[in-house]
Design a protein around this ligand. Sequence first.
Ligand code: SF4
Length: 346
Amino acid sequence: MEKGFILKANLLEKGIKVSKEAKKILDKQSDIWLMDDYITCSGVTLKYEDTYATIGVEPDSEYELIAEKDKLFITDNKGEKIETEVITPPDYMKDELVIDGKKITVYVNTYTDRTRLQLMSGCSNNCKFCNAVEFKYELNSIKGMEEALEIALAQTNTRHLLISSGSVWPSDLEEITSMYDHFAKKYSNLEIDIMMTPRGFTSYNDSTQYEGYIKHLKEIGIHGLSINMELNHPEYLKKYCPEKYAIGQENYLKFLETAVKVFGPNKVRSLLIVGIEPLEETLKGVEKLAKIGVNPVLSPLFPYGEANFPPKADLFIEAKKKSEEICQKYHVLMGPLCKPCTHNVL
Ligand code: SF4
C-alpha cells in the first residue's frame, strides 16, 4: 500500500493540529482554509505527493501541520515530515452572497477541481449517517442555481460538474429530470456527472423504466453517473438507509449494470461506506459492483448521528487493499478516476 495512502488513513482517524506559524500562512492564503461544510467536506484539504485528503483539525492529534520558510509540512510524532500544499476553496464560498433569498453555497460548492450543483436542500430520505435531514426539503430555482453557478465557474478552474441532490419525493421526479435536461443543455461544454438513486421517469422501484431513463441521461449529454449503494448487508441497509433498502439491492444492481452498458466503462461509480458494517460485507459489495463493471468508491465513515463510530486507519487500509485486489480480478478501476476528487474518499 502506498505510503501516502497510509498517512491519509491515519490522518482520517486522528485528524491534524495546525501550528501557529502554519495558521499564519493559511490565514494569508484564504479566510476559509478550514471549511465547515457538510460532513464529508469539513476540514483542511491537503495535497501531498499525489494524495488529496480533507482532514478534520484536532488540537490533540499526533499529526501536525507546520511551517518552515513559508512552506507547509505534515509531521508526526516519529519525526517523519512531508511537504504539503493546502487547497483552499474559492472566494464565493465565504458565503456572503445571497441569491433569491438563499446563501450561494445552498446552490453550489467547489472542492478541488469539482463544482457541485445542488438541485435542492434537504432530502426525502432519512439516512442515519447524513445531515441532509437537518435542512428543509425544498427544490432550488433554476434561476438561482444558474446565477450561483456562473459565479462559481468564473472563480474556479472547474474540470467537472457534479449535479447532486438529496432524493426527491416521487411527485418531484419529473421536475428534477427537467433540471438535468436544462443544465446538460446549457453547460454542454462541461463534463457533467449526476449523483442519484436508481429511478425511472416517475418511479424509483419500477425497474422497467430504468433503461429508458438511463438512455435519456446519455442522450442529453451526461458524462457519468454516481449511484451509491452505501452498504451491502440488507439488515444494515434497512437500519441506516431505509429508503434505499426499499428500492432494494436487486434494483440498484440492475440500474448500475444497465448504466454501464449505456455509458460504457469508467463512467459509472458506486460508493460503499467503510466503518458501519463488517469489512467482509463491504468487500462483498465491492465484488458485486466490480463484477458488473462499476467503479467502486470507498468512503470512510464520517461519524454522525446514529452512525457515530470512530474511524479506524487500519480498517481503511485493509478495505482499500482488499478492494483493489478484487477490482484487479475483474479488470475494473476503483473510483473516482479523477485524483483531486478523491479528497474525501479512500
Ligand atoms: S439519500 Fe443521500 S442526501 Fe438523502 S439522506 Fe441519504 S445520503 Fe443523505
